[in-house]
Design a protein around this ligand. Sequence first.
Ligand SMILES: [Zn+2]
Length: 472
Amino acid sequence: MPVPAKIVSVRSSPLLGATARILRRNKPSKPQSRGKVLMSSTTCNSGRLYPTKLAVLFLIAVGSTGDLQAQELTVADFKFDGPLGCAGATIEQLGTNHFKISLGANAPEVWEQPVPMGVWPNLLAFEIVRNARGNTLRIDTEHLTGGGGATEYAQSWSHDAENWTPIQWSGTTLNFPEFTEDTVFVGPQAPMSFEYIEKRMREWEKLPYFKTVNLGKSLMGRNLYRFEITNDQSPFPRKDRWVHYGANQHAGEGYAKWRMLGMMEWLLSEEGADARDRIISHFILMMAPDGPSQGWMRINAQGVDANRSYYPEGNGIDDHQNHFPEMFIPQPHNNQPHEAYIFQKDFEAMMASDSPVTCILSHHTWGGVVDPILIEDGGPEIGTSVGTWDDFKVIVDKYDVDNLVNTPWTRRVGRDKHELWTEGPYLQFGITAILVEGSKDLLTVDQNLKSGGVLMKSLAEFYAGTRGTSGD
Ligand SMILES: [Zn+2]
């Protein structure tokens, strides 16, 4: 006998944010949350709350707690529009604690890429807002687009959105163990929400060598942050310090964000004190901050791949519409994707300052452990005021005692890769650029944090002394 369908449909407009519409059939009525809903519905019915009624309500609320916890999960317990969300997802119950989630296409009104990449399904992310404790969970997924990507990486789940446990796909199915708490968060790779970054930012801002620069707003209204770590009391003037700039372009690549956070934590630690004196380090933990709430792997709200957005000809000057006319929606700034325009403008201002960026790192994910790729020729300091790329490879291998990072390798500038945040700045300014890929096999937050520590420690050693003292 088939279980009656219970469907929650979540719709989203990429420009206006996610709005949930819940359609339920054969759904037993149940309070949405204890206390609050009971109070308001009673107020609605009676217009007035009497003390005796309040007492009865209290007893009902307390008495029903055990029942609520023991309840099986229903579609109404799932939420798809939180900080880690999945725009366009629909959910259907197939059996006891067994659901099917259909993943919508990313930014359905626009195309992420012209052919051949096509539209990707959104990544699976959701919350269970109540009733999880004591239940197991099986989620089958259905991908409504032909594109791949949603099951390419492991997922992670958490009871507190802080401590993440990896979970591997079995085909297109996830089988969760019995939950020990009522709320559950699920996201791609090891996820990091925009809200989590802001929470950590407020802690870091108490440190004297951490600074937040707010550059503007994303299309969906989130702040665009650049974090700067350096010691203002350093004996070396800013103009003499090395400057590194690392950014995550693809919002679905959580491992890359945790790797960068590991670089930051190393710099902010006791061990990073010398590096803080000699180096100015900039971090953009999220160039596409609208992505995690929507389940977008690579795009911004215009549907443009956030790592196909750099303009080596200069900020806002659009040569790319000639190459990819389908990709562009008219914008105030000559069609460059909105967030990229703001970040490149800031980057160019830094390049024109007395402490321009020496080395730019673009953080991504693919198979294996961390995979650093060095743009072959590098900037003017490579092999002159610092060592050669071969020296850098030796340093990375020396510090990578847990085998979290491949020996870096070099590649020439790709002819069709000018709009990447590695090749683009290299072509525009001739600076050193490193593409950091990999991490698919580093399933835990801890491994990714550690891999970032290895990278930052290696960079700090490779960039010895200062720009001023090394004669560059
Ligand atoms: Zn990427």
